[in-house]
Write a protein that binds this ligand. Structure first.
Ligand code: SF4
Length: 222
């Protein structure tokens, strides 16, 4: 169990999954740079956080809900948590509303669905926070992608829960060490908001630089 003053941002899980060095630059060195991708993502999140609670088609929608898990050592804010009506005797009661309800976290993402599990890990961390705070199980949530505008259901199976716990532990270990790892030069660097601060071409090993340059010029010739 972590203490309150040891909590790290849920969003750091995604930075870690993308690149350890990016995560360290942001969360150890407190550096931040915005590019087109982060600006579009920020606008999408601001839209999701625009408003508080509403009822739509029998679903109660809550925006900007604060989250915390002492088990994962994480805190943050959920874009949207829907509360779906449950059978009597299941779910939780909500103030001022009849019936019982089960939370269903929804995270907004710009662009297309990515390869890898970073979005699922971030969503699962939100679900684990809600489970711990509200004392009930949350079997699934959803990711909403901007391109194409589509909602993808994410079941919180044992595998994604383990991956989320492992990533949270790795995050605490990285931040605890307080050392920024060297660059991992690759195609992801081209869409990284920290590229100008990281200088991956300058700081990486000669072998990796040579392979990067080969790939770069090969792509250029196509
Ligand atoms: S430029 Fe590349 S190595 Fe540097 S932080 Fe970004 S993704 Fe990581």
């Amino acid at each position: 169990m972590y203490k309150e003053d040891e909590l790290l941002p849920i969003s750091a899980l995604q930075h870690l999954s993308f690149c350890k060095r990016q995560c360290a630059l942001i969360h150890i060195e407190q550096a931040w740079a915005e590019n087109r991708y982060t600006a579009e993502g920020r606008l999408l999140h601001e839209k999701a956080h625009d408003g508080k609670t509403e009822m739509r088609e029998g679903v109660r929608i809550t925006r900007s809900l604060p989250l915390r898990s002492l088990t994962l050592g994480l805190s943050g804010i959920a874009d949207i948590v829907e509360f779906h009506q449950e059978e009597p005797g299941q779910g939780i009661k909500l103030p001022g509303v009849k019936g019982t309800w089960r939370p269903f976290p929804v995270e907004y993402k710009r662009g297309r669905q990515k390869t890898g599990s970073c979005d699922e890990i971030q969503l699962c961390a939100q679900a684990i926070c809600l489970e711990e705070m509200l004392g009930l199980s949350i079997p699934e949530g959803a990711l909403f992608y901007g391109l194409p505008r589509r909602r993808t259901i994410v079941p919180f199976c044992g595998e994604i829960r383990k991956l989320t716990t492992d990533t949270a532990n790795e995050l605490h270990s990285l931040i605890g060490k307080g050392q920024t790892p060297p660059p991992e030069l690759g195609s992801k660097c081209e869409r990284c908001s920290m590229k100008d601060l990281c200088l991956p071409e300058v700081n990486c090993s000669k072998r990796k630089l040579s392979s990067y340059m080969n790939n770069f010029f090969r792509e250029d010739e196509e």
